[in-house]
Design a protein around this ligand. Structure first.
Ligand code: NAP
Length: 276
């Protein structure tokens, strides 16, 4: 009898995913007997791959680019935060055989900001660059943690305006283009564009970051991203990348599956030390 519970991450590309490493470190730390693999699954093979995974006894799945919306469609039922974000990064087999969809990205980000970096969100002015899936997942948690205003700026302006409209009523939130940011100032700037992945940066006016303000790139790499470097050049108090968010969103998924909270700080420190 195979008593190892099986988990996996699906995505495309997936070769460089740190998720198997992170979940195996969590499992070792909390004495959980699990297997966690990374599988390259292009969108057109998603339905086949996910059906096979659960029919062969898989217990839970993470989904990353470009599969989060497809995972949202696949889930039999969803948590409130997954409903709001219209994207699912964590699927969990339930005792009745149904599949629950959740989105732990927003939780991962606010935990990294508040708990790991002591950046308070209360009463601050936040700018989110980008209006894709990641932005959608982080807006509600940012508003819930008491931010004063949230502005979403995007290359395709329409998308930012529509996304902001979806969250009206949950806080003061507006959408605009990058050129509309002139003469505005923010206490926290979050880069949720995928521009960093190709070493690019959205066009940002000077004077955008308040004195003592912070920058955070959801993307991460072995070297500081273009946006992390922009934050440093613009005198951010802290200019961080998304490694901590990655580990924190994984820890929340691990909790959903296994019912135990792994210690994240030692995992973040280990992964961070390996890239220097
Ligand atoms: P997505 O849905 O594909 O959205 C990409 C966004 O980036 C869009 O708003 C797009 O603008 C914008 N963009 C792309 N290239 C750009 C450029 N050259 N200049 C300006 N804007 C550009 O991607 P996503 O899922 O939201 O992911 C965004 C980033 O978050 C990625 O780097 C991803 O790795 C990161 N992420 C990190 C974590 C973590 O745990 N650390 C979790 C989730 C996501 P248009 O709408 O105009 O195309």
């Amino acid at each position: 009898m195979n008593d190892i519970d099986r988990y996996a991450v699906f995505g495309h590309p997936i070769k460089h995913s740190k998720s198997p490493r992170i979940h195996h470190l969590f499992a070792e730390q909390t004495a959980q007997n699990i297997e966690y693999t990374a599988q390259d699954v292009p969108a057109e093979q998603f339905q086949f791959a996910i059906t096979r995974f659960f029919s062969e006894g898989g217990k839970g799945l993470n989904c990353t680019l470009p599969l989060k919306e497809l995972a949202w469609d696949f889930a039999d039922h969803k948590t409130g935060r997954a409903e709001l974000s219209k994207a699912v990064n964590t699927l969990a087999l339930q005792p009745d055989g149904s599949i629950l969809g959740d989105n732990t990205d927003g939780h991962g980000l606010v935990t990294d900001l508040i708990t790991n970096h002591a950046i308070s969100l209360t009463g601050i002015r936040i700018l989110i660059l980008g209006a894709g899936g990641a932005s959608r997942g982080i807006i509600a948690p940012l508003l819930e943690h008491g931010s004063k205003t949230v502005v979403i700026a995007n290359r395709t302006v329409d998308k930012a305006i529509k996304l902001a409209a979806e969250f009206q009523g949950k806080g003061l939130i507006t959408g605009c283009g990058f050129e509309d940011l002139k003469n505005q100032e923010f206490d926290l700037i979050l880069n949720a564009t995928s521009a960093s992945l190709s070493g690019q940066l959205p066009p940002l006016p000077s004077g955008l970051l308040s004195e003592g303000g912070n920058c955070y790139d959801l993307a991460y790499g072995n070297e500081p991203t273009a946006f992390v470097r922009w934050g440093m050049a613009n005198h951010a108090q802290k200019s961080l990348d998304g490694l901590g968010m990655l580990v924190e969103q994984a820890a929340e998924a691990f909790f959903i599956w296994r019912g135990v909270h792994p210690k994240t700080s030692i995992v973040i420190e280990l992964l961070d030390s390996e890239r220097h």
